[in-house]
Design a protein around this ligand. Structure first.
Ligand code: ASP
Length: 296
């Protein structure tokens, strides 16, 4: 019998705060590049403001994802994609790497900022995932503002843009070394009502623990099968830095599913990483004491 491998805690290193956001894996038409990058930059800076002032990674993730949900250029919150019945159904999840606390909501139609509702589920602590009218009832009980579903629908969704704009996500490391990750989406254009993708599923679309955090985007059905977010964090746990883990997790995903996706990651040393096998995935990040950087 082989020797049992011992788990050795990783050496405690001084962490540097870092943030990375994504605006969804998939094609971005030339005329939309600037608007996507500007939206990601704005969200990364909103989160960075929180971290700079000594705020928690979880608050930074909520700030970034809220900014992206409120931006109609992305497929989350206001401006989310329509399903086969012409309705918006929103999914979101958030995870605090400290204590593996997590909250998620799926198929909600009356909540402007599902990431904030997911955070309430996390804070409440009884459950991890609430769906549809149950989640909306919980929102009411928690004092989360409801909205008319029509307010989430923008004209742009009916145009070609709808096929292009993407899911959003964020990973943050705060000055105390805590990691958090979150993801929010309107799902896939024309999906069956009730369809739930990877984004609100902890381990698939979002994962964070004390060594790494990840948010994924792409074909949800394939990401769920590959449990991609947890796979990437496991690679960080095994010693990979965030950039290597992102690439390796995506390679594994592609080999196993032959599908398209992208992911962002931060390890506890504050190194950021991202990878995609789509033509584009707008990202913006702040790390290593540098100014915000972005690419599509
Ligand atoms: N992963 C999301 C979903 O399947 C879609 C996306 O990332 O574009 O719901």
């Amino acid at each position: 019998m082989a020797e049992i491998l011992q788990w050795r805690p990783m050496p405690q290193t001084k962490s540097t705060a870092a943030i990375i956001v994504h605006g969804g894996a998939g094609p971005v038409h030339e005329e939309h590049v600037e608007i996507s990058l500007a939206g990601c930059r704005e969200a990364a800076l909103a989160a960075w403001q929180v971290l700079k002032n000594g705020g928690a990674a979880l608050d930074a993730v909520v700030a970034a994802v809220t900014s992206l949900e409120d931006n109609p250029a992305f497929n989350a919150g206001t401006g989310a994609t329509l399903n086969a019945e012409g309705k918006v159904q929103l999914d979101a999840s958030i995870m605090d790497g400290e204590g593996l606390k997590a909250g998620a909501v799926a198929a909600v139609e009356r909540v402007r900022n599902p990431i904030q509702l997911a955070r309430k589920v996390l804070e409440d602590g009884r459950h991890v995932l609430l769906v549809a009218t149950g989640a909306e009832r919980f929102a009411r009980a928690q004092g989360v503002a409801e909205c008319d579903p029509a307010e989430l629908i923008t004209d742009r969704q009916r145009s070609r843009w709808a096929k292009e704009h993407g899911t959003v996500g964020c990973v943050a490391l705060d000055a105390s070394g805590r990691l958090a990750a979150g993801t929010s989406t309107g799902g896939l254009l024309g999906a069956l009502p009730g369809r739930v993708g990877d984004s609100p599923q902890i381990g698939s679309g979002t994962y964070a623990n004390d060594v790494g955090g990840v948010s994924c985007t792409g074909t949800g059905e394939a990401i769920i099968r590959a449990v991609m977010a947890k796979t990437a964090v496991d690679l960080i746990t095994a010693g990979a830095d965030a950039a290597t883990a992102a690439v390796k997790a995506l390679e594994l995903f592609e080999r196993q599913t032959a599908s398209e996706a992208g992911l962002i990651a931060i390890d506890r040393q504050g190194r950021v990483g991202f990878a995609r096998n789509t033509s584009h995935m707008p990202v913006a990040w702040v790390s290593g004491g540098q100014d915000v950087q972005a690419e599509v």
